[in-house]
Design a protein. Sequence first.
Length: 506
Amino acid sequence: MTDFDDYVRPYGLFDKIDAFGYLKDLQEHPDMPRKHGRVLLVTADTPLKASRGEGKTTTTIALIDALRAQGVDAAAVLRQPSMGITAAGSKGGASGGGKSSLTHPELVDWGLCGEMAAIESAQNLLVSFAEKAVDEGRLDTVLVPRVSEVPSRSLRQITVDRGKGDLPERTVLTPTCELMQIVVLSRSMEEIERRVAAMVAGTLDGRPVTFGEFVDLWRITGILTDAVKPAFTQTLEGSPVYVHGGPFANVSIGIPSLVSVEMACARHDVVVVEAGYGADAGAQKWLDIAAREYGAQWPAAAVVVTRATTWRDDPKLSWRYPFHVHRLEGLGIPTFPLINLWEGEDDQVDSLRETADGLGFRRPIAGNLFRDGGKALEPQLDDLIKALQEPAKARADTASLHDMSVPDRIRWIAQSAYGVPDDRVIEREGFQDSLQAASDLCNKAGISLEDLVVVAVKSPATMTDDDRADQDKRTVTLKKVEAHTGAGLLQVNLTTSLTTPMPKIV
């Protein structure tokens, strides 16, 4: 039996933690000192503009500073941002802002400890192995895409080996790739190896061929050795923060690595987990993927962040924020509205609270977190702290959805997360063919399609095909599916979605 510090190593200005080893030690030594922390999920309104966001990271940092000031042993777990998308102005970073910031924010936003680069290199190496397998007659198609951290219009549809093989090739961003999903969902290096082995490299005469059939996988665990270890940093106030994983919530699973959250829960009483984009994306995936299907903790409470302008100033979209808050409350999760004020909005607090009261919300928490940091929240957290201290309640609706067919699961998500009933879920021409092709691929690989977990691939800025439509006219269109056999996921493209987002600044 060893101490936690034995699993921590300096890595530049951060520490890296062998979470796999630490959690294994806890499992093998139940008498080892540990805590059983509760998860506080931070999610947000669906943003009017995905690039602006509502301030989840700033809120998360302010929250742990405020909770710790109130005597609560709190920590946060964040995802790492995609460097290319952040640089291009297409989304924010992961280091907060103003007084609600991390130390060394520039390093968190621009590469951290090289995790993204390692995952990118590892999946690209797999693609290279697959391409070599084509030359050797082991494959005749390559199905796994290459990975790039930098978005480019030229990478959307390309052909390689011009004039010879003229092979089509697809490129995706690092946060959306299957290897990122595998790292986020795995709880050991052995599990990562098993999942990589189960990834479909391509086909030979129509038969799917996995990487485990022709690659010595030690070539890939070597690259990921440090990438699988969460990084440790702090807020400006000295509160503990773990950063690991970076999947987008609109086109991937949108959650930090499961081991980083489990490790933090073993170290702290409250762990604030930030889920990407809005409640229809990140929160939906924490609840329905991480918790229901992968054994992560059901939140003890949730905070739904919004800007004062987002939820009130566009009448056609004013339904979205109340929908998120009431949905989480309906799942038995005490849900606290949090209004992230910008400069010049302090005088709106009373009217915002009146509006919230009329909607049946809990009393909103409000403050300019960029300007004032956690001090803005300290006097407002009594009810939240009380909710976090309540005993966990067993609920039947936290069960796995695996007893439902894939189409039923998709429709269930549309109904529960977007408010669109069965009869207004539309299948675009070709969707059933895509579903059948994925089913055939899985069957030939010895995998049941029904065993895969559904991941909604959607626009980060809309919940339905047209959020401005009247309630009885809102629809969700199903476009295509893609099986990630290694990650155990079935990605379903719906509404307006781009798997390779374009930069705003070129």
